[in-house]
Write a protein that binds this ligand. Structure first.
Ligand SMILES: Cc1cc2nc3c(=O)[nH]c(=O)nc-3n(C[C@H](O)[C@H](O)[C@H](O)COP(=O)(O)O)c2cc1C
Length: 358
């Protein structure tokens, strides 16, 4: 029998939410995590229930229009992978416009503009969080992209470049006037990288700054209670969950159950191994043999979450074939729970060291 999970908090407003004319079934979204939130992971996650919206990893606008293989892989999708937003990045307005049009022409339903990425190679070309530093340029970019496509355009950004230049509330209001459909705000500055606490007051300031568009709060939500608390404290309309969804793929289902007044439960052992199998199967559909190496980076965090004994986790990081994967899975089924440490071997890696050197 699944274990019941106690919920200590009452719910803020739940139910569906409309973003740019799209009705999303829940207010809990998947935040993009480049290298992780690919098609197979999104599909496996959606099958568990409760996910309102997923966004692709960030895609280089120019390379997309040039149809580079890596970019096409990032936007790979199918009918079960809905609703989906494609996130693009560049510092050059014309490149963003070209990518947005290219996506619209191919039937994609919504576009998100990245204004949060802290990485030097993205900031160096004027993209990601660098856009937060020049409000007029950022507004021109947003206005031009919005004016160039009929599908909804959203923005995901940080609070500002550093704590002396908190620009998000001002920019969110101007972006709303320029016609964006929603804004996602990660409650850290670029200078913070992924360290320090998420500034919920900073997120609230963004929620207060806009008139009508939904504000999606993001950062460090690891449990259903974290998500509800984020909503209560910031007044945001929805929450985007990144690393928390990797550590607990059932977080969206739990939130739906909470909102519907259903008992919230942990996944059974069979559900846990079933998820592992399903994720790999879906990866295989897209990448065939390459899945064996692509799957390795997931083993470390699946290990703790899914109660996989350490020696089997190690084998999950080295297997070479579908047959070998099946053998490991069968053994996990028999020895589930033997794991000694509840701590993930390696959590989702974030860049570290001084942010100036990223
Ligand atoms: C490995 C990794 C990759 C990320 N890739 C993206 C990305 O492609 N686009 C984006 O907007 N944010 C990206 N982010 C930021 C997350 O979407 C999110 O804003 C951040 O991790 C905080 O939320 P969380 O604590 O729920 O993960 C990435 C973060 C990590 C750790």
């Amino acid at each position: 029998m699944p274990a019941e999970v106690a919920s200590a908090v009452s719910d803020p407003v739940g139910g569906p939410i409309s973003v740019g004319g799209r009705l999303l079934a829940t207010r809990y979204f998947l935040a993009p995590l480049a290298g992780y939130t690919h098609l197979a992971f999104r599909r496996a996650l959606r099958e568990l229930g409760g996910l309102g919206l997923a966004t692709t990893d960030l895609v280089h606008a120019t390379q997309l229009v040039e149809q580079k293989r890596q970019s096409l892989e990032l936007i790979a999708t199918d009918a079960s992978d809905r609703p989906l937003t494609v996130q693009i990045f560049s510092g050059v307005t014309e490149h963003m416009v070209a990518a947005a049009r290219w996506l619209q022409d191919r039937g994609y339903e919504a576009i998100d503009l990245n204004m949060g990425c802290p990485m030097a190679k993205v900031n160096g070309m004027g993209g990601g969080a660098r856009l937060l530093c020049d409000a007029d340029n950022a507004c021109r970019l947003v206005e031009t992209v919005v004016g160039s496509v009929a599908i909804p355009v959203t923005v995901k950004m940080r609070l500002g470049w550093d704590r002396d230049s908190i620009s998000a509330p001002y920019l969110a209001a101007r972006f709303e006037a320029a016609g964006i459909a929603a804004v996602t705000i990660h409650g850290r500055t670029r200078a913070q990288g992924f360290s320090g606490e998420v500034d919920r007051e900073g997120i609230q300031a963004v929620a207060d700054a806009v008139q009508a568009i939904p504000v999606v709060a993001n950062g460090d939500v690891r449990s259903p209670d974290d998500a509800l608390q984020m909503r209560r404290e910031t007044g945001c309309d929805a929450v985007a969950i990144g690393r928390g969804a990797m550590l607990d793929p059932w977080i969206f289902r739990k939130l739906s159950d909470l909102e519907a007044g259903r008992p919230v439960r942990e996944p059974t052992t069979d559900e846990q191994t079933g998820f592992l199998q399903r994720h790999f199967e879906l990866m295989w559909e897209q990448h065939a043999e390459r899945s064996c190496t692509l799957f390795r980076k997931f083993a470390a965090w699946y290990g703790a979450r899914l109660g996989i004994p350490e020696d089997l986790e190690l084998r999950l990081r080295m297997f070479q074939s579908m047959t070998e994967f099946g053998e490991i899975l069968a053994e996990i089924g028999q020895r589930h729970g033997e794991r000694r440490s509840p701590v993930a071997t390696a959590l989702v890696k974030v860049p570290n060291g001084p942010v100036e050197r990223w």
